[in-house]
Every structure is written in structure tokens, then in C-alpha cells.
Design a protein around this ligand. Structure first.
Ligand code: DX5
Ligand code: ZN
Length: 219
């Protein structure tokens, strides 16, 4: 699955930018990744629930909200209630990640848990039993266009193994620095869903970029 991140889109033309990745099947986004940043959990500030609500009105692509915010225990469920397909919170910010997962699912969304590059996987294996998605960050969260950190692939590999052996039941998603040069290594590590911001939206033809990424991920 390919999930273009609108972080690298032109926010003044958001509906058009979303249409650009909603074309014919092979060139279509599977999810649309929406990066919510609060200038506290990460140094950058992007958008919040009102913008997500507007996005939900203009597209039928499933919305994948990535909340890089403090106090997701309070705010995450609103993104689920609005109609997002998947809502991901950061384990580093969550006070009670199991309660968050239950709230998200009760509101009709899939629950995602994200880990920063320096955060290990092992302490959270029990917590992950309550989640539908694990988002492995392959850059420090906060900005698009950063360099892919291949070290995190060990965590993706470990998660894949736990899924394949039946210990966990979730999608493995990766976010940060995914492009035509890096996506193959992530695919080999067993990633199911690839977020790509600059590689899609800085391309002349975003739909073509999706097709090219998909071809490299699943040749
Ligand atoms: C970074 C965001 C990413 C970002 C990825 O904190 O979570 O989703 O948009 O951008 P690229 O693909 O350019 O690294
Ligand atoms: Zn993201």
C-alpha cells in the first residue's frame, strides 16, 4: 500500500492535490496520510481537526491521520469520530495507549501506534496487541524531505516476524524518507504500507510517482 503524505502538498490547493492521487487504480493512493503536528511534541506546526474534517468531505480515499501531538489521550478520538480510517498516536506521547486504542476502535477507526527512530519495539509488544497498525518512523518526526534512516528496518523486520508467527495482528507502516531508492529495502524488511510525502508531491506527476513506488515495492 502507498500512502502519500499531504505534508508536501500545496495546502492552498488541497482538494486538487488530493484529486491528483485519486486517479486510475495502479496510480491511486491506498491511504492519504495526514500529518498533524502541534509545535510541542515536534517542532513543527501543521493542521488540526477542522482541516481533517474538510479533507474528509472532498475525498473517498481512506484517511490515515498521524498525530504528532502531546496528549493524544485527549485529542485522538476526535479524529476517529470525524471519520478517519486510521488514527495513529505516538507511544512516546501517550499516557494510556491501550485506552486510546479502545477509544479509537469504539469510534469506528483503526488504531495506529507510532514509534520514533530511537524508541525500541520490545517494551510495547503487549500494547501492540490492541493496535491495528504499527508506524515505524524512519526519520525524526517533524518535517518532510529528510534522509531515510535504514537502522529502523530491524524494527520493521521484527514486527513482520511477530505478525507472520501470529503473535501480533497488524499492518506494518513506515514513514520518512521513502522514495524510489529506499522503498525496496523497506519492502524487503516486510513493510505493508509506505508513506511518501516529497517523493509523491514533489514529482511532476504524483500519480506516476505512486505507480513507480508501487512497482519497486512489489516487483
Ligand atoms: C514526518 C512526517 C512524514 C512526512 C514524510 O514527520 O510524519 O509523514 O510527510 O515526508 P517524506 O516522505 O518527504 O520523508
Ligand atoms: Zn507522517
Amino acid at each position: 500500500m502507498i500512502a502519500p503524505s499531504i505534508l508536501s502538498a500545496d495546502f492552498a490547493r488541497l482538494a486538487d492535490e488530493i484529486s491528483a492521487v485519486n486517479g486510475e487504480p495502479g496510480k491511486r493512493a491506498d491511504w492519504l496520510h495526514v500529518d498533524v503536528m502541534d509545535a510541542h511534541f515536534v517542532p513543527n506546526l501543521t493542521l488540526g481537526l477542522p482541516v481533517v474534517e474538510s479533507i474528509l468531505k472532498v475525498t473517498d480515499i481512506p484517511i490515515d491521520c498521524h498525530l504528532m501531538i502531546e496528549d493524544p489521550d485527549r485529542w485522538a478520538v476526535g479524529y476517529a469520530e470525524a471519520g478517519s480510517h486510521n488514527v495513529t498516536v505516538h507511544v512516546e506521547a501517550a499516557k494510556d495507549p491501550i485506552a486510546i486504542a479502545k477509544d479509537l476502535r469504539a469510534a469506528g477507526a483503526k488504531a495506529g501506534l507510532s514509534i520514533k527512530p530511537g524508541t525500541p519495539l520490545e517494551p510495547y509488544l503487549d500494547v501492540l496487541k490492541h493496535y491495528d497498525t504499527l508506524l515505524v518512523m524512519s526519520v525524526e518526526p517533524g518535517f518532510g524531505g529528510q534522509k531515510f534512516m535504514a537502522d529502523v528496518l530491524d524494527k520493521a523486520r521484527k514486527a513482520r516476524e511477530l505478525v507472520d508467527t501470529g503473535h501480533l495482528k497488524l499492518l506494518v507502516e513506515i514513514d520518512g524518507g521513502i522514495n524510489a531508492d529506499t522503498i525496496e529495502q523497506a519492502a524487503e524488511a516486510g513493510v505493508d504500507c509506505f508513506v511518501a510525502g516529497s517523493a509523491v508531491y514533489n514529482a511532476d506527476d504524483p500519480a506516476q510517482a505512486i505507480e513507480a513506488l508501487r512497482a519497486k515495492a512489489a516487483p
